[in-house]
Design a protein around this ligand. Structure first.
Ligand code: HSE
Length: 333
C-alpha cells in the first residue's frame, strides 16, 4: 500500500480453496487509539502493544465454532451467533461464497475489554485476517473493512471504522468518508511515542457514544476542523509541535472526560512532564499522550499510574511507537 489513498472497497468473489483441506493459523492484531483527540470517528492509529490473538483451525464440518476464549473474565460469548469475531468471519465467508468451510476459533484477549483501545476491533481484525490468509485470499485487505465494521456495529451499536481501519492496515488512518467508504493512510513522524494508561474503570463505548451532544455550535465546528486540518498537516510535515497544538477537542472530550477519573489532573501531569499532547483514547477510559522520546513516555505512564493508585484505581500502562505493520501471522500449522 504505497499510495496514501486506499483503493475503493471491492468485495472479493472468489478465493482459492484451503491448501490440503486442513491446518490452522495463529494471528495477532493490534490495539488502536481512535479519534486522536480532535478527529471523532475519522482518525485512528495502531500501536505495537497490546493486541489480541486468534487461533483458527479448519475443520471438516461446515460452520463456525468457538472452542475457547481466554483473558475476558468470562465476559464474551462462545456462541458464534453472538461473538463479533465469528459473526464478521461468517459475513466474509458468505460474501466469498465459502459457507462450505468449517472453522474452529480460539480467541485470546491480551488487552482489557471496554478500555478504549479498540479491544473488539483487534479481535475482529485478527479473525478476519486469519480466515483471509487461511483461504489464500490475496485481495487487498481493504476488502475486509466492511466485515470488520459489522463487528463494531454489533459491539457498540454503530459501525465506525476509526479502530478497525488502523488495526487492519497499521499506521495512522483517516476515514475521509463513510458513504462511500474512503480511507486514507497518513504518514507520521517515526519518532512519535505513545504513552497509554488504562484506568481500571468501565466505560462501555455504546454508552460513551450516547452521551455525546447531537448538535454543535458553528464556532465549535470551526475550532474542531481547524484542529483536524492542523493535525493532518502536522503528520505530513513531520511537525510534532503542530501535531501537539492541534490535538484539542471542543466537541466530545468536554463530555466524555467526566467518565474518566481525574482526567484534567492527569493531563496537567502529562503535559507538565513534557508530553506533546494528551487526550482520551477512543471512547475511554484509556488516556494517551504523544511524546518525542520513549523515556518521557515511560515516565509519564509511571507517574499517571502512581496518581491513579493514590485514587485506589488500578491501571495498565503501555508505551509504543505507531505500529505500521497491522495484523501479523504468528504461526501456521
Ligand atoms: N470513534 C469511536 C468513539 C471510537 O469515540 O466512540 C470507539 O472506540
Amino acid at each position: 500500500m504505497e499510495d496514501n489513498k486506499i483503493q475503493e472497497v471491492q468485495i472479493p468473489m472468489q478465493v482459492a480453496p484451503p491448501s490440503g483441506g486442513g491446518g490452522g493459523i495463529h494471528v495477532f492484531a493490534p490495539a488502536t487509539v481512535a479519534n486522536v483527540v480532535c478527529g471523532f470517528d475519522v482518525l485512528g492509529f495502531a500501536v505495537n502493544e497490546p493486541g489480541d490473538e486468534v487461533i483458527m483451525r479448519l475443520t471438516d464440518k461446515p460452520g463456525i465454532t468457538i472452542s475457547k476464549i481466554t483473558g475476558d473474565d468470562g465476559r464474551l460469548p462462545l456462541d458464534p451467533a453472538k461473538n463479533t469475531v465469528s459473526v464478521s468471519v461468517q459475513h466474509y465467508l458468505e460474501s466469498v461464497g465459502r459457507t462450505d468451510v468449517g472453522l474452529d476459533i480460539e480467541l485470546h484477549k491480551k488487552m482489557p475489554i471496554g478500555s478504549g483501545l479498540g479491544s473488539s476491533s483487534a479481535s475482529t481484525v485478527a479473525g478476519l485476517f486469519a480466515i483471509k490468509t487461511l483461504l489464500g485470499d490475496e485481495s487487498d485487505p481493504i476488502n475486509l473493512l466492511p466485515f470488520a465494521m459489522k463487528g463494531e456495529e454489533m459491539a457498540c451499536g454503530q459501525g465506525h471504522a476509526d479502530n478497525v481501519a488502523p488495526a487492519l492496515f497499521g499506521g495512522f488512518v483517516l476515514i475521509r468518508s463513510y458513504e462511500p467508504l474512503d480511507v486514507v493512510r497518513l504518514p507520521h513522524p517515526k519518532d512519535l511515542y505513545c504513552a497509554i494508561v488504562f484506568p481500571d474503570v468501565d466505560v462501555p463505548t455504546r454508552e460513551a457514544r450516547q452521551i455525546i451532544r447531537k448538535n454543535i455550535q458553528m464556532k465549535d465546528a470551526v475550532t474542531q476542523w481547524g484542529n483536524i486540518a492542523g493535525l493532518v498537516s502536522g503528520l505530513f510535515m513531520q511537525d510534532i509541535d503542530l501535531i501537539g497544538r492541534s490535538m484539542k477537542d471542543v466537541l466530545v472530550e468536554p463530555v466524555r472526560s467526566m467518565l474518566i477519573p481525574d482526567f484534567y489532573k492527569m493531563r496537567e501531569i502529562a503535559m507538565g512532564m513534557g508530553a506533546v499532547s494528551f487526550g482520551i483514547s477512543g471512547s475511554g477510559p484509556s488516556v494517551f499522550a504523544f511524546t518525542k522520546d520513549e523515556e518521557t513516555a515511560t515516565l509519564i505512564t509511571q507517574k499517571l499510574q502512581q496518581h491513579l493508585t493514590g485514587l485506589k484505581i488500578g491501571s495498565n500502562t503501555y508505551v509504543s511507537t505507531i505500529n505500521d505493520a497491522g495484523p501479523k501471522v504468528i504461526a501456521r500449522f
